[in-house]
Design a protein around this ligand. Structure first.
Ligand SMILES: Nc1ncnc2c1ncn2[C@@H]1O[C@H](COP(=O)(O)OP(=O)(O)OP(=O)(O)O)[C@@H](O)[C@H]1O
Ligand SMILES: [Mg+2]
Length: 530
């Protein structure tokens, strides 16, 4: 027995994270020819806007997709920003190491969370075209570094193939990725629509885009206000699991478990630590590194029995109703728009979030007919749902998303909207440091009951406003039609009646106003009968 086992286990190997994602690129959104190209753009653009926000500048983003000559499915994608740049020593890790970044451990509401986005893009480029990423970035002191980076898949490490330095006052980061086996079309799922949606949810950003045929589109910013930076929000005891607690304990600088709980979690005070100690029996003076799985389980189950203040929500940054409206107005030029930002709520007991919704009617709102999709059916007009998490568009996996489920759960006829034909764009943004994504591809939101309920309420807030608008619109139209009829016949009747009675012809305009409820302008005269 022993020999067979040792024979079999000669094959036993360790694999790196990069190797895992190389084989499972679909988990990161690299599936389908259109989607893969959009995913590359998404990873670059979310990082650029995050970085701009962090350095407090209004984002100027430039994206280009250029065709390579040898094949119709071979492109070069360029994403450039005007943000902080990346310090030279971090270039290999940013682009060549998966699960590495500045956002992973921060408990802050940002577009990126996992430290796998852009390195995933580099991996996809290298897998399909064999080419390294070309990175240009300002590294401080007027220095600009240009480097070619590849991922050493076995080690999950970045390799610099070539590096040059120059001087200049350009600031920002430019990433160029060469990708094969992808398609560019202007569909709902393609990069154009992705950037258009990004512009709607980020009215403070200016986004320029050059398509493969050379067409330049500039999505201009609708506001000059730099959004306030989100604040770090330590996790609330009710939102934590034993495993998270162990991970936090491993990285803390505190010297005792008591100190660690106060420092790393929100709403835990010294008094609460005493309660936790009594209820759990765990020694609070131990070093956090000595925390065992059993300790962690005991502490976490104790948390549920203790009354804590609700988690803080002031670190959350919503777009705000006024900016959603300007974003939608700028891009969709609708005849009616309104938005609603709900107050902060909490899911799973300790994870704060905010939902906001917007609706636009008329103009270029509604689904466009040009949209073709990969396996998701062609578009035919009607209600266009655009989904966002922390202002980043979600365009894939629509079917499995709590936002879609919420839209479907609403009886739209009650709001006077025929979702198959109405020129309506519905906008939903879920804001949280802990967006409950269904997978690492971050394209759909999990069905957490509290989140679902808020999405539904936000949509109903704006749907109600839309109903009022549509109702007013129909009423005005009816009134105008009625006035039209009166306008046509009343003057004749009035003249004849006055003639018969031998009195003066009355002011017909006032009469119509009284009867039809609308003002008439310059009343169209019917010709007098012979
Ligand atoms: N354009 C940029 N400007 C400045 N820093 C950047 C830029 N792009 C990436 N970074 C840095 O590189 C890190 C890794 O980026 P990456 O996209 O791989 O992960 P992430 O954005 O942290 O999370 P996610 O996997 O969810 O995208 C970021 O956390 C950020 O610190
Ligand atoms: Mg990212």
């Amino acid at each position: 027995m022993k020999t067979i086992a040792s024979e079999l286990f000669k094959e036993f190997r360790e694999h790196s994270v990069s190797e895992f994602f190389r084989r499972n690129a679909a988990m990161l959104g690299y599936t389908g020819k259109i989607r893969s190209l959009t995913t590359v753009i998404h990873e670059g653009v979310t990082n650029s806007i995050d970085a701009a926000e962090e350095s407090g500048v209004l984002p100027n983003i430039f994206v280009a997709i250029k065709r390579a000559n040898d094949s119709p499915e071979h492109f070069k994608a360029v994403i450039e920003d005007n943000a902080s740049g990346i310090p030279e020593e971090y270039i290999p890790d940013v682009f060549g190491k998966m699960l590495a970044g500045t956002k992973l451990h921060r408990h802050m509401q940002q577009r990126g969370q996992q430290g796998i986005g852009i390195s995933g893009g580099v991996m996809f480029a290298q897998m399909t075209s064999g080419k390294p990423a070309r990175v240009t970035t300002s590294v401080g002191n007027g220095e600009i570094v240009q480097a070619e980076v590849m991922i050493d898949v076995d080690k999950n490490e970045g390799k610099i193939l070539d590096k040059e330095k120059s001087n200049g006052d350009w600031r920002g980061t430019r990433v160029e990725l060469e990708v094969k086996d992808v398609t560019y079309i202007r569909s709902r799922y393609g990069p154009f629509n992705y950037l258009r949606m990004t512009a709607i949810a980020n009215p403070h950003a200016q986004i320029g885009f050059v398509e493969p045929d050379g067409t330049l589109t500039v999505f201009e910013r609708a506001t000059d206000k730099v959004p306030e930076r989100p604040k770090s929000m330590p996790i609330h005891p009710w939102g934590i699991m034993s495993d998270d607690l162990l991970v936090l304990a491993k990285h803390t600088k505190s010297r005792t478990i008591a100190g660690f709980l106060v420092a790393e979690l929100s709403r835990v005070t010294k008094g609460k630590v005493e309660e936790i100690r009594k209820l759990s029996g765990v020694d609070m003076n131990k070093r956090p590194s000595g925390l065992t799985w059993e300790d962690a389980e005991k502490i976490v189950s104790t948390f549920k029995q203790i009354k804590f203040m609700a988690p803080p929500t002031e670190g959350l940054r919503q777009i705000g109703a006024a900016d959603i409206e300007s974003g939608m107005r700028q891009i969709l030029k609708p005849e009616f728009v309104c938005a609603s930002t709900r107050p902060p709520k909490v899911y799973r007991g300790g994870l704060p979030f905010i939902v906001e919704a917007g609706v636009a009617f008329g103009g270029s709102a509604g689904k466009s007919v040009e949209g073709e999709a990969e396996g998701e059916g062609a578009e035919t007009g009607g209600l266009d749902l655009i989904r966002f998490a922390n202002r980043a568009p979600l365009i894939f996996d629509q079917g499995g998303c709590a936002i879609t489920a919420a839209v479907r759960s609403i009886d739209w006829r009650r709001y006077g909207v025929d979702i198959a034909t109405a020129p309506v764009t519905l906008f939903v943004n879920v804001v949280s440091a802990y967006v409950p994504y269904t997978s690492a591809g971050k394209q759909s939101i999990a069905d957490e009951p509290e989140v679902f309920a808020e999405i539904r309420s936000a949509i109903m807030d704006v749907a109600r406003e839309l109903r009022h608008y549509l109702y007013r619109k129909i009423r005005t139209k009816e009134k105008q039609q009625r006035a039209g009829i009166f306008e046509q016949y009343l003057p004749v009747i009035a003249r004849k009646a006055a003639h018969l009675a031998g009195t003066e012809v009355p002011d017909v305009g006032k009469l119509i106003e009284k009867v039809a409820g609308v003002k008439v302008g310059g009343g169209k005269e019917t010709p007098e009968e012979g």
